[in-house]
Design a protein around this ligand. Sequence first.
Ligand SMILES: NC(=O)c1ccc[n+]([C@@H]2O[C@H](COP(=O)([O-])OP(=O)(O)OC[C@H]3O[C@@H](n4cnc5c(N)ncnc54)[C@H](O)[C@@H]3O)[C@@H](O)[C@H]2O)c1
Length: 326
Amino acid sequence: MKTNHLKMNNGAPIGVVGLGMMGSSIATALLLNGQKVVALSSINSKIDSEAPNRVKKSLVECMKEGLTEKGLPELLENIHFTSDYTDLRTCWLVMECVIEDLNIKKEVYSKIENNVDDTVIITSNTSAIPISILQNHLCVAERFFGMHWAEPAYTSRFLEIVCGEKSPVEMGEQLHSIAKEWGKEPTLVRKDIRGFITNRIMYAMYREAMHLVESGYATIEDVDRACKNDGGHWMTFCGLFRYMDLTGLKAYHAVMKDLFPELSNQTTVPKLIDDIAKKGGNGISNGVGFYTYSKEEALEWEKAFERFSFDINKISLKYAEKTSKI
Ligand SMILES: NC(=O)c1ccc[n+]([C@@H]2O[C@H](COP(=O)([O-])OP(=O)(O)OC[C@H]3O[C@@H](n4cnc5c(N)ncnc54)[C@H](O)[C@@H]3O)[C@@H](O)[C@H]2O)c1
């Protein structure tokens, strides 16, 4: 397929398939940016049935925070909730946001491809399944890219565009430009790699964090406190490489020699998370995680995180003129 056969942004709607946490959040981000959205429930699930309410509530929060001057009716005019895949036929781009399960994603791609023409771009919000693996399950593999959002998609400026082996990089570049128009500060992963950029870096951190706790060097609380106040203090400002420049890279060079051999290189899932997951723990959503939560505490944490996401977005935008030139 020639890339110029693929449809690009032409005022047509964007399909969002799977209306869980991320699907609703992405739909909200697109509405805020004036895009038309076809929001499709991929199955008859509780989480999908609550999506219209979730989108509405998030839009109200965004209005309160001054992220849009539009009123709620005007914003909601642009979204069509449906469970009928034929409603995707007018979309130029369809974003898959279903559960992280290859077989389920495969089924969903087949349903999408049966209902859109070959020029429509299809993306996945997968956190870590390589795009080259997913795209092999499409009839038209070249139309497929990773579009990896962060939660909450409407406050974070993060968006990773990922090319698979068969995705034309120039089309990835065009998606990257469109993502900028959506108010994001996107990154383009030109060559597919499992976990893309941020998840590779984050998971290296999660592994080391679990190693420190499991080996008795520090408590969960202390690891969290340290990360909040060290990395958490500067990462939004400048990222890793600029930070090393800012603070003197020779010191990092010296430390790497001695520290790298001692960092965890465990290849199995750490017992700390395995034990909780095997007991059904899922964190805030069911009150059982690395910490435990009553219903009230879970709600308070969710609300605080939402407030913080708006605030950190404001700080990030305040410095964007300098830091976006990275
Ligand atoms: N949660 C995050 O912070 C985050 C961040 C980036 C990427 N992602 C990725 O986004 C995707 C969605 O994650 P989420 O957090 O929104 O999950 P979620 O559990 O909130 O939603 C999952 C969606 O999948 C649908 N689904 C479940 N079983 C299905 C089936 N058999 N057939 C069709 N649809 C089915 C659900 O109805 C729901 O719409 C995943 O690939 C995840 O890895 C998540």
